[in-house]
Design a protein around this ligand. Structure first.
Ligand code: ZN
Length: 475
């Protein structure tokens, strides 16, 4: 059985056990719902089966192995539990609904009375059981820190244990989280200076405690995510046994240095809000003062601050102009996107996503659109112009069920992108910049996709008609 999730305007197809195929269109919001739905179907059972199989294989070599099943909610947790029970597996369930029993079940699970536990959110709270070898991650939560926490349950090392396996639906967000986790492991290794420093300090401390223990303080793990939605996390070495205060202090200093360099680079007027923002974001990574953080927490914060607040290769775009924006300096990174402090021709300063100004999605602070809007009102021309009609038409075809073309557009899942759907000016600016002429038609390049700057162009009527043979298009 195979499930694919595409986050943005994608299509999910899955095969039921009887071989019947189901397909559904997904928007960003709906994909979470679709995932939630999938977690109540045979798909979840199938993942459970695969997890159980793996669990028993691991158990052959590692008797203490335990399996954790994380469900999206209490009801579904119960259905997983019933499913396991019906197949003769000695599982227990722990949800917040029944706290004293849940606590007892967790205790029994820890002691090994039961080796399979179905839980809801507890995977990230107080479930530090080193023997967990298999996690069946059946939740639609896609926050990276949460996934990280949960996956880390299988990373905890117990003696004799060499392997942990995480089963999860391999949708885009999950894969992204896994990639992020992998990358975070590598960041400390990318800076040899710091790594060596830590290596020496921690190695020395570790060597004092156990004779063979000259290991880097940060132990890299490897992971591969397979298409079937099975990702394997393999750890190669033993738990580092030390948390040297000296290394902690170096980490604190490194964190402070990065913050200082970053804040010093900020435009003077902007420094304070940036500082507040930084600390607010840092609180989400670890809600403690630097002084109170444990070494694990410090490493986490350090990796995070390095990733988010240092510029890897200073882009050659400082001082460049995009539309009305002039790029001042680097602001921060978030969700793989780079943000820059920019100043608009009108003097407004703002943090803008680099991709947006490069692509022209963001042209000005908003002053350009305002100017245009007031011009439009004055002239009373643009609202009745052909280009405005064109804009109204594509929206109607995609969203107005009473429109005669709706069944071939909106009815078939054709959409208008976010930038255009509610803002005529964005569409207008794009049209003017991309060769709009009164005798040309707007066509979609890929007929399976919607209306967006990337997928649209202007073409002659003849060319547009040609395109109709394999799909429909409109002027
Ligand atoms: Zn402006």
């Amino acid at each position: 059985m195979c499930v694919r999730f595409n986050l943005i305007d994608g299509i999910a197809t899955w095969e039921e056990m009887d071989g019947h195929h189901s397909t559904s269109k997904l928007s960003g919001e709906e994909s979470a719902k679709a995932l939630f739905t999938a977690l109540r179907t045979e798909f979840a059972n199938h993942l459970l089966e695969a997890a159980i199989k793996e669990f028993f294989t691991i158990k052959e070599n590692y008797a203490a192995a335990k399996m954790l099943v994380v469900a999206p909610n209490i009801d579904i947790a119960k259905s997983y539990f019933d499913y396991l029970k019906a197949r003769g597996h000695h599982a227990r369930i722990a949800t917040s609904e029944d706290t004293p029993t849940a606590q007892k079940n967790i205790k029994d699970f820890k002691r090994g009375v039961y080796t399979i536990l179905v839980s809801v959110a507890m995977a990230s709270e107080g479930l530090s059981i080193p023997e967990v070898s298999v996690i069946c991650f059946l939740t639609n939560v896609r926050s990276v820190p949460w996934i990280e926490q949960c996956v880390a349950r299988a990373n905890r090392l117990a003696s004799g244990k060499t392997r942990a396996v995480v089963f999860a639906p391999s949708d885009r967000s999950f894969k992204k989280a896994v990639r992020m986790i992998e990358r975070e492991q590598l960041v400390p290794l990318e800076n040899p200076e710091n790594q060596i420093e830590l290596f020496i300090k921690s190695g020395r401390a570790a060597a004092n405690e156990n004779s063979g223990g000259t290991k880097p303080w940060i132990v890299p793990i490897t992971s591969t995510a397979h298409i079937e939605g099975i990702s394997t996390v393999v750890s190669k070495s033993n738990t580092p046994s030390c948390a040297p205060s000296e290394a902690e202090n170096i980490l604190r200093k490194n964190i402070r240095d990065i913050i200082k360099i970053y804040l010093d680079k900020q435009h003077h007027g902007n420094r304070q809000p940036q500082q507040i923002m930084l600390y607010r974001r840092m609180k989400l990574v670890c809600d403690k003062k630097l002084e109170d953080m444990t070494s694990d927490e410090l490493v986490k914060v350090w990796v995070w601050v390095k990733k988010e607040y240092t510029e890897k290769e200073p882009e050659k775009i400082i001082g460049k102009k995009f539309g009305r924006w002039t790029v001042r300096n680097f602001a921060y990174k978030k969700n793989y996107q780079v943000y820059y402090n920019c100043v608009c021709d009108c003097g407004t300063e703002q943090i803008v996503m680099l991709d947006n100004i490069k692509s022209g999605k963001s042209y000005s602070c908003g002053c350009y659109n305002k100017e245009r809007a007031s011009e439009t009102k004055k002239e009373h021309g643009l609202t009745k112009s052909r280009i405005h009609t064109m804009w109204c038409r594509i929206r109607a075809m995609c969203y107005n069920k009473n429109n005669s073309s709706y069944e071939n557009y909106g009815g078939k899942g054709v959409t208008v992108c976010k930038e255009w759907v509610n803002t005529f000016d964005n569409f207008h600016v794009w049209a003017q910049a991309n060769g709009y002429q009164d005798d040309l038609c707007l066509v979609r390049i890929d007929k399976s996709k919607g209306y967006s700057p990337e997928n649209c162009k202007f073409a002659s009527r003849a060319e547009a008609m040609k395109g109709k043979s394999n799909g429909r298009s409109k002027s």
